[in-house]
Structures are given as C-alpha cells and as structure tokens.
Design a protein around this ligand. Structure first.
Ligand SMILES: [Zn+2]
Length: 385
C-alpha cells in the first residue's frame, strides 16, 4: 500500500485571482523581507482582504529558516488565531509556514517531533496555502520541512504527510525577471528533484510520469528562462515544472545528490539548488550500477543515445553537464570558488551529515565512499570506488 498526496493546485497566468474566492476569516502570511520589498506581499494581502479576510504578515523568515523563527511564528499565530496559514516565497518561506502551521495546530509539540510516523490530527484550526515565487523547491506540494538547527550547524528534514498544503497557487507572475543566478540555481534544483524522484528507492507508478514530464520541461525551457527572464512561456513552463517535480519527488523521494548537497549550505554557504545540481552528475554515476536502467529510460525519453544502461547513463550525465554549462552553473566544488583549505575543513562534517541523509538512495555510500564522492566532485578528477 502506498499513498499519493497532492494539494489542490491552481496554476498558470492569472492563478492568483483565485485568492479572491478563498473563504476564511483570518490569514497569517509567512514570508520574508524580499517579498515585502518586491511588493508581492501587498499584492497577496490585497487579494485576501478583497476576499474579506483580516491578515497578519510575518516577514521574518530568512534563507535556511531556523527553529527559532518557526517558534516565533507559532506564538504570533496562536495569538492571531487564523483559519489560513499562507506561505509566500521560496522554499524557505513555505517550509517555515508548514512548520508554523503544524505547531499552531499542535502547540504541545516540539519542532523536532514533526515526523511522518506520528499522527498529527491537523486541520482543526486552519488550512495551509502555499504560493511559490521561485520555480524550484516544489515545497508547495511536498510534506518536507527543511529547517536549520543553528546550534548544531545542520539542516534537518522534518515533516508529515499531513502538512502537505491544502491549496497551492502556482502563478508565474512572481518569477518574471528573476535574476539569472536564481533562475539557474532553482532550475537545477527542479531537475535534481525530477531525476532523483525517478531513481530513488521509493519510485512508484504514480510519480514516474510526473518526474519524466518535469525533466523534459526543464531541458526545454530552463535555458530560455535563463537567457531571457521575461520569456513568459519559458517562465510559466518552469513554474509548472517545479510543481510537477515536487509532486513527483514528494511522493517518491530525493536521493544522494540531495544528501550530499544539504550539508553544503550550512557548512560552506552554497545555495541549495546550486549544491544539489552540482552533485547530480556524480551521484548518477555512483548509482549507475543499480539504477542504470532508469537513467537510460530518462535518456530515451529525452531522445538521447541509450542503447544500453551504460550508454543511457553516460548520455544523461553529459546532458546534465551541458545544461549546467549553458546556464553558467559550476561543474565542480572548486568552480564554486570554495578553496581547498575550506573544503578540507568542512569535509568531515559534510560526510557525517550527508550519510544521515542517504536512506532513499539506490546505492548508499559508506563513510569512505562518501568522502571519495565529495573529493571527486571537488575538482572532477576521476576516482576509483
Ligand atoms: Zn531540492
């Protein structure tokens, strides 16, 4: 038995207009200062007020949100008593909104107690809405909550299938004109979700088609969205791709590139999408022995040479590298500008934290292999495993 979770999804140009029809009394909007400066918060709040709702804005979410910010949001939420909690922004704002929503519903719980094995009984006070403003994390569809434990310098993946948002508004208007670097980072995150969702240990019939569709959208439209930030069709397709990939990997799972990428943010300050996208070709190679047939299926779907698992895997690795190169993304950790000294200093902690994260990888590295993989990706010099 398995379970497929999805929010109700309103997508495409004009999707935001739906907000005027949402019924409720009070909406608590979880976001960040950039969203305020860009005027996105005013826009969303305007819609909610026209829908007859009282609103409160909590704009203190920082990149890689911490337990502390979630606890502050929880307290404000408890005082305001909303019947909607709205996450507006990138993955950080939406993840913070999810955690705040859970703790508002269950104030008796600690942040670290949110996990898929504990029934939460949510939905008694409010519903959860997510409005992504970048085309990346897919957090509007997933149950995952990635928070940073500041004291332990570590990213923790929490969440419950019950905290999948009830409603996702996927309107590309927010992504028009996003800077090239953000477009590239978030786009590579989408690709990594989709490829890993198709090749993790939790692959299933329901996720497969979504992952393949998202992969093709990224290869077709990411270079266009990157080259011309105002390309409306490319922006809309990438926004759809992010959500579709979210549904795909959210109901399967991410895998080794995410396991290796997660420690890069707290330890070396590398943005999520840039880190996971960088590791993707390396982890495809590492898991080719058990997932080569699936990589070849992806390659065939993209009309790449794939007469065997080996050829398909090699084609896919090359295609990922070419795409990354076209949009100015690094191919090695050295390309990121991380000095060898800093890399070496961070390595033991990254290996330790990365290993905890590998449970749904088709081939789980041991600590020695993990270290080798990180070293391989530092300069891209081939290593024997
Ligand atoms: Zn990701």
């Amino acid at each position: 038995m398995w379970l497929f979770k999805s929010p109700e999804i309103v997508y495409g140009e004009g999707a935001l207009d739906t907000l005027e029809q949402v019924s409720g009394r009070r909406a608590f909007v979880v976001t960040d200062v950039t969203m305020v400066k860009l005027g996105f918060v005013d826009r969303v709040v305007g819609y909610l007020q026209r829908a007859g709702m009282e609103t409160q804005v909590f704009a203190e979410v920082e990149p890689n949100p911490t337990y502390q910010v979630v606890l502050k949001g929880k307290e404000l939420c408890l005082a305001f008593e909303p019947d909607w909690v709205v996450g507006l922004g990138g993955g950080s704002a939406m993840d913070a909104a999810k955690a705040i929503y859970v703790l508002y519903e269950r104030p008796d719980m600690e942040v670290e107690e949110i996990n898929p094995l504990v029934p939460l009984g949510l939905g008694k006070k409010a519903r959860l809405m997510a409005i992504p403003t970048t085309s990346g994390t897919g957090a509007e569809t997933t149950w995952l909550v990635v928070l940073t434990d500041q004291e332990a310098h570590k990213k923790t993946v929490l969440g419950s299938r019950e905290n999948v948002p009830h409603l996702a508004i996927v309107d590309p208007c927010f992504t028009m004109g996003l800077p090239q670097q953000i477009t590239a980072d978030t786009g590579m995150d989408v690709l990594t979700h989709a490829i890993e969702g198709y090749t993790s240990l939790w692959v299933n019939d329901f996720s497969d088609g979504l992952c393949l569709a998202a992969i093709r959208l990224v290869f077709s439209y990411l270079p266009r969205a990157w080259a011309d930030g105002q390309d409306a069709e490319a922006r809309e397709k990438m926004h759809n791709a992010a959500t579709i990939a979210g549904l795909g990997f959210g109901n399967s799972n991410a895998a080794l590139a995410h396991a290796m990428g997660h420690p890069m943010s707290p330890n070396l300050g590398v943005p999520h999408g840039r880190a996971v996208g960088l590791y993707l070709p390396y982890t495809i190679q590492f898991t080719a022995g058990c997932m080569g047939h699936r990589y070849a299926e992806i390659a065939r779907f993209l009309s790449l040479p794939a007469s065997s698992s080996e050829e398909g895997t090699a084609s896919l690795v090359q295609a990922v590298r070419e795409l990354a190169g076209r949009i100015g993304q690094p191919l090695t950790v050295a390309d990121l500008g991380v000095t060898y000294q800093d890399f070496e200093a961070a390595l033991p902690k990254m290996v330790e934290d990365g290993l905890i994260d590998t449970t749904t990888s088709a081939r789980c590295p041991d600590d020695l292999e993990m270290e080798k993989l990180y070293r391989y990706a530092y300069e891209g010099k081939a290593i024997d495993f």
